[in-house]
Design a protein. Sequence first.
Lengths: 100, 100
Amino acid sequence: MRNFRHPAISDIQLESVLYALSDPVRLSIVRQLAREGEATCAALDGGRPKSSMSHHFRVLRECGIVKTRNDGTSHMNELRSGDLNSTFPGLLAAILAAPK
Amino acid sequence: MRNFRHPAISDIQLESVLYALSDPVRLSIVRQLAREGEATCAALDGGRPKSSMSHHFRVLRECGIVKTRNDGTSHMNELRSGDLNSTFPGLLAAILAAPK
DNA sequence: TTTATTGTTCGATAATATTCGAACAATAGC
DNA sequence: GCTATTGTTCGAATATTATCGAACAATAAA
């Protein structure tokens, strides 16, 4: 429950990012993070089981969309907006601007 | 082999579009269409079986990315760039601009 | 009408993902 | 140390997708 795999900027793949964001649960996590800046896993589950959410956080992490850090017993998540924007300029903004 | 389902602009869903583009084969189809304007299915297969390609064209069609029309025995495909851009401004451009 | 060309549809198989309970791990606080 | 809290990992069931051969459909051309 400590060392997370975060890809380097150069390893972020467009296909993986698009795939991760094609899931409604993950997309809503990303939208909420964009609004709130950062949030714990608990603050981002919608009453869903922890194990399901943990899976979605892993997908978001391992494709380079989210960065997770330890904060006591909880995990704080934030978007890697800068990294994403430097790799795919305008992509995140376009997705976040899309009608919900 | 005649009537294709093309969603109306208002029915184009972000998640479906992202999912469709998260596949390498489909993404490369879209890139080629962006370069060449339009192309038949045959011009877009990379030596892959027709039935596989037909599946991918269907996914691209049914999520609103590609418009297919009959042209003799062949099918001509083109991007619905205008429709996509009016629904998700900047999204297609950002994806096409991404490093390959 | 026969034949060739271009794709679609069907059906089966294999590969991947999603979901979630249960067990486990890490930290905080008493 | 003991307990509560937060999330991860494991494992299994279910669902979804991708792949592709074979059969079919539509048009064109001989």
